[in-house]
Design a protein around this ligand. Structure first.
Ligand SMILES: [Zn+2]
Length: 575
C-alpha cells in the first residue's frame, strides 16, 4: 500500500501543475480552479476500520450506521476545507423532508431522489441497446467524458470517477455535428413512474437508443445547480464547487450558486465565477477549437448556468448563448454570454401556449385545473422553450458544420409543478406529458435539420421528487430553528445562519460564545422527534397520532466529522 504522505504529495503536485482555468482579471475573481488528482475523490483519512471501536457519541454511532452509498453521495456533494466544519449535515429518515404538507423538498442521497433517466439517442452514433445496465456505477457526470469520446476530444482531462459510457457508443469515424442535452427538472424516475403512459417519446428514445439503468445524479443534495454542474463538468460539488443553491464560500461567506447573494436571484444575476471551480466540457471543447464550436443553453434562470460554464469569463472564451427566462421574456448576463435579440422580438411569447393550457381543461376561464396558470409550472412552458431554442439553433447554424456544437436545455415545469401541487397531483402528469412532447418535437427537428447520423439527443434529469402521502414528516423549519435556539442560544439570539433542506449553516462564533459545540447540537437533533417539531398549541396532523415519538433524522453530524463517517461506514470501499 502506498503510504498516505506519498499520495498527499502527489495530490499537491498535480494541483500545482495543472491549473486549467484562467479567469479574466478582476479584484473579486476567485482563485482559478485546478484539476483534481485523478483519485481526488478518495478520502485522505480512509483506513481500515475493522479493529476500531465504535464512536462513543450516540450521534456519531447513528451516522456510522448510514448506508455507505448515502455517505458517498453526501461526501461528493460537500465542499472540502474547514469553512463548513461547523455546518450540520442533515439526513432525515426517508421519506421525511424539510417542507410543508404541500411543498416537498428533494435534496438528499436516497435512491428515489437520485435515480434519473439517462437516455442517449443518436442513430449511427449510439448503439440501439435499449435499457442497458453497465458494470459499475453510472452517474450523469459520465456525460462529459462520453461527449469527449463522441467528439474525439483527446484534450478532455480524466476526471475520475466519471468515465465515458463507451459500451453504448457505435464504433465509427463519424462525429456528431450537434449534441442536444435535455434535462427534465425534477424528472427523476419516481416522478415518471408515477405517470406511466405520459412519456411515450422518452420511452421510444430509451428503446431505440440506449437507456442506462440504475443511473443516478451521484451527489447529495440532489438539487438543480449542483447536479446540472455534475453533468457538464464530469465532477461532483466537492470538485466543481456548486454545492447547492446557497454555497459556503472558502472565506466563510454564504453566496449563491451563481450570484453574490445567497439564494436564487433568477436570471438577472448570473456570474459563473462565484462558486464554479471546474471547466465544463463546453468550455474545454470551445477553447480547444478556437471558439468555433457553437455553445448554447436555454433555461429558466440562474440555477442551471453550470450546464454551459464560464462563457467569456474564461480567458480566451467567447460569449456563448445563455437564453434564460425572466418573466415572460428571455435575458442573459451580457458580460459573459450572449442573447440574440430575435428571441424576444420575433419568436412568439407564451401567450398562445397559456391560452391552450387554459382551454385544455374544457373552459376558457383563465384557469388550469381550477387555479392560476404558472407559466414555468404548466404545460405552457415546454412548447415556448422549444420554439425559442429551435429559433436559436436554426438562425445561429447549430449542427451546420463538422465541428460538434453543444446545446443544453432545462425543462423546468415538472419541478415547479411538483413544488406547487406535488408529483402525485394530475398537474404533474400534464407537465410531464408536455415535456415529453417537446422532446419528441426536438428529435423531429434534429431529423429534419441535422439529419440522422449527425446528432445525439440526451434526455436526463437533475433529481426525483418527494411524493406526498408516502408518510413523510414535513420538517417545519421555523419550529426546528426555534427549538435549537431555545436549547443553545440566549433569548433573541441564534446559532444558525441559514437553513436548507440538507444542511444547516451554523454561526461558529456564537456557538463558541454560548459555550456549546456543533457536536452537541447534532446530538440534540439526532434525538429530535416528530412531537418536538409540532409548534406549541399546534394540533397533530392526521396519520401522525401514533408516530409522535419517532425520531425525524437517521443522522445529523457536523461537516468536520464527514471524513470519519466515510471511514466508519466503509464508503468508497474503505472498509
Ligand atoms: Zn426543486
Amino acid at each position: 500500500m502506498t503510504p498516505r504522505w506519498i499520495a498527499a504529495v502527489g495530490l499537491v503536485l498535480v494541483a500545482a501543475v495543472t491549473v486549467v482555468v484562467v479567469l479574466q482579471s478582476g479584484e473579486s475573481a476567485p482563485p482559478p480552479p485546478s484539476e483534481p488528482s485523478p483519485d481526488a475523490e478518495a478520502t485522505p483519512n480512509a483506513q481500515p476500520t475493522d479493529d476500531r471501536p465504535l464512536p462513543k457519541k450516540a450521534y456519531l454511532r447513528a451516522a456510522c450506521g448510514l448506508p455507505a452509498e448515502w455517505v458517498e453521495r453526501i461526501y461528493r456533494g460537500w465542499k472540502p476545507g474547514s469553512a463548513r466544519d461547523d455546518d450540520l449535515v442533515l439526513v432525515p429518515t426517508p421519506p421525511n423532508y424539510m417542507g410543508t404538507f404541500i411543498n416537498t423538498s428533494h435534496s438528499a442521497a436516497y435512491d428515489f431522489l437520485q435515480e434519473v433517466p439517462l437516455v442517449l439517442y443518436g442513430p449511427g452514433l449510439i448503439k440501439p441497446t435499449g435499457p442497458t445496465r453497465l458494470e459499475g456505477e453510472v452517474t450523469i457526470a459520465d456525460l462529459a467524458p462520453t461527449f469527449a469520446e463522441l467528439m474525439d476530444f483527446e484534450g478532455w482531462p480524466d476526471r475520475k470517477p466519471s468515465r465515458s459510457l463507451s459500451e453504448i457508443l457505435e464504433t465509427t469515424d463519424q462525429k456528431p455535428k450537434l449534441i442536444v442535452t435535455a434535462v427534465m427538472d425534477g424528472g427523476g424516475w419516481n416522478a415518471l413512474e408515477q405517470w406511466p403512459g405520459a412519456w411515450p417519446n422518452i420511452e421510444r428514445l430509451a428503446d431505440e437508443g440506449a437507456s442506462l439503468e440504475g443511473a443516478i445524479v451521484g451527489s447529495s443534495p440532489s438539487i438543480t445547480p449542483a447536479t446540472h454542474t455534475n453533468l457538464s463538468t464530469g465532477t461532483f460539488p466537492r470538485q466543481h464547487g456548486v454545492s447547492a443553491i446557497a454555497v459556503r464560500a472558502d472565506d466563510g461567506a454564504i453566496v449563491g450558486s451563481f450570484s453574490e447573494s445567497a439564494g436564487n436571484p433568477g436570471a438577472r444575476m448570473m456570474d459563473p465565477r462565484i462558486s464554479l471551480r471546474r471547466t465544463t466540457i463546453a468550455d474545454e471543447w470551445d477553447r480547444a477549437n478556437g471558439n468555433r464550436p457553437k455553445i448554447g443553453m436555454l433555461g429558466s434562470g440562474n440555477l442551471q448556468l453550470g450546464m454551459i460554464g464560464f462563457g467569456a469569463a474564461l480567458r480566451g472564451g467567447d460569449k456563448d448563448f445563455a437564453v434564460m427566462k425572466s418573466g415572460e421574456g428571455w435575458i442573459t448576463n451580457e458580460e459573459f454570454y450572449s442573447l440574440p435579440s430575435y428571441v424576444n422580438e420575433e419568436v412568439a411569447g407564451p401567450e398562445g401556449d397559456i391560452e391552450s393550457v387554459d382551454r385544455s381543461d374544457g373552459e376558457a376561464d383563465g384557469k388550469w385545473l381550477g387555479h392560476e396558470i404558472p407559466v414555468d409550472g404548466s404545460p405552457a412552458f415546454a412548447p415556448w422553450e422549444n420554439r425559442t431554442m429551435q429559433a436559436v439553433l436554426e438562425r445561429e447554424g447549430f449542427g451546420d458544420d463538422s465541428v460538434t456544437d453543444l446545446f443544453y436545455v432545462n425543462y423546468k415545469a415538472p419541478d415547479r409543478a411538483g413544488h406547487l401541487y406535488n408529483m402525485i397531483a394530475p398537474e404533474q402528469r400534464e407537465v410531464i406529458a408536455s415535456v415529453d412532447a417537446a422532446i419528441g418535437d426536438m428529435v423531429a427537428w434534429l431529423d429534419d435539420n441535422v439529419g440522422r447520423g449527425g446528432y445525439v439527443m440526451v434526455v436526463t434529469a437533475d433529481h426525483g421528487q418527494t411524493p406526498l402521502e408516502a408518510g413523510g414528516w414535513p420538517i417545519a423549519r421555523d419550529e426546528i430553528v426555534s427549538d435549537i435556539n431555545a436549547s443553545f442560544a440566549p433569548e433573541g439570539q441564534s446559532v444558525l445562519q441559514r437553513t436548507s433542506a440538507s444542511s444547516f449553516f451554523m454561526r461558529s462564533e456564537e456557538i463558541d460564545a454560548f459555550g456549546t459545540s456543533p457536536g452537541e447540537i447534532a446530538s440534540y437533533l439526532s434525538r429530535y422527534r416528530i412531537k418536538d417539531n409540532i409548534p406549541p398549541g399546534g394540533s397533530v396532523p392526521e396519520g401522525f397520532q401514533n408516530r409522535l415519538n419517532e425520531r425525524i433524522f437517521d443522522a445529523v453530524f457536523p461537516g468536520s466529522k464527514l471524513d470519519a463517517i466515510v471511514d466508519c461506514t466503509g464508503a468508497f470501499g474503505t472498509k
